[in-house]
Design a protein around this ligand. Structure first.
Ligand code: DGL
Length: 269
């Protein structure tokens, strides 16, 4: 594979939620140029079929390849859970591909054993069974239990974060008997880090809340370092593309990236 350190890190998501992952990458790798693509014209991916998510993910990966990226970071859990294997088949050897699930499974493998771990995400992520498969095949005696919590995405996007509505939805999902006695909970969705404090509070800080964005960013750094692909130019300027643009996306992008960014609309066809 003929990659060079000054190529950009390509990242994609179904929308602006993946900016939580882009932000974690920006924090740990400030010198890198990021190219982010959010497929706002097609979101949410969490309610779509595997075939449709694969089709969209391939189109976006081609865009990142044309932009000469050195990686495809699949920031979206729904796409990581359903499209990773297909993207690997088509793009491996041309650039590096990282999903958001394997780094979390590695983290569990290195830090937990003999315990019960919860996973919450979209329907596409949970129905794929991707986290369960990874945990059962890699980890010592960890029992995964997973639950779709689809209302969290629109709730967060509509700004219901610290109020009675969000508290009621959080309580209703997380008091499920399925999550009884878990020692940790994986936030298997780009949006959920935004309500991490409220989830922590719900469990009275007795459950470790695993926010995959930081874990993925650390694994990406290792991946680039071990291949001598970390940027040396220190420019670090970034480009953010969306397949559809509204003022609302611009507003919530700031919540996810924690700073104002300039968004460009691009059509892939
Ligand atoms: N980005 C998606 C994920 O992490 C959540 C939003 C959606 O359903 O498109 O699964």
């Amino acid at each position: 594979m003929d990659l060079n350190p000054e190529q950009a890190i390509g990242i994609f998501d179904s929308g602006v939620g993946g900016l939580t992952v882009a932000h974690a990458i920006r924090q740990i790798l400030p010198d890198e140029k990021l190219i982010y693509f959010g497929d706002t014209a097609h979101l949410p991916y969490g309610d779509k079929s595997k075939d449709t998510i694969i089709r969209y993910s391939k189109e976006i990966s081609n865009f990142l390849l044309e932009k000469s990226c050195k990686t495809i970071v699949i920031a979206c859990n729904s796409a990581s859970a359903t499209a990773y294997e297909d993207l690997k088949k088509d793009f491996e050897g041309r650039l590096l591909i990282l999903n958001v699930i394997d780094p979390v499974v590695n983290y569990l493998k290195n830090n937990f054993e003999d315990t019960k771990v919860g996973v919450i995400g979209t329907k596409a992520t949970i129905n794929s069974g991707a986290y369960e498969k990874g945990i059962l095949s890699e980890c010592r005696n960890i029992t995964p239990v997973s639950m779709a919590t689809p209302l969290f995405v629109p709730m967060i996007e509509e700004g219901f974060i610290f109020d009675d509505i969000s508290n009621a939805i959080i309580r209703s999902y997380l008091s499920s008997p399925m999550l009884k006695d878990i020692s940790s909970l994986i936030l298997a969705c780009t949006h959920y880090p935004i309500i991490k404090n409220q989830i922590n509070k719900f469990f009275a800080f007795n459950v470790e809340i695993i926010d995959s964005a930081k874990i993925v960013a650390a694994e990406l750094k290792d991946m680039l370092q071990s291949r001598d692909l970390l940027s040396r130019s220190g420019k670090g300027e970034s480009e953010f593309y969306l397949s559809d643009y509204t003022e609302h996306f611009a507003k919530i992008a700031k919540t996810f990236f924690e700073e104002k960014i300039s968004l460009r609309k691009v059509s892939l066809k």
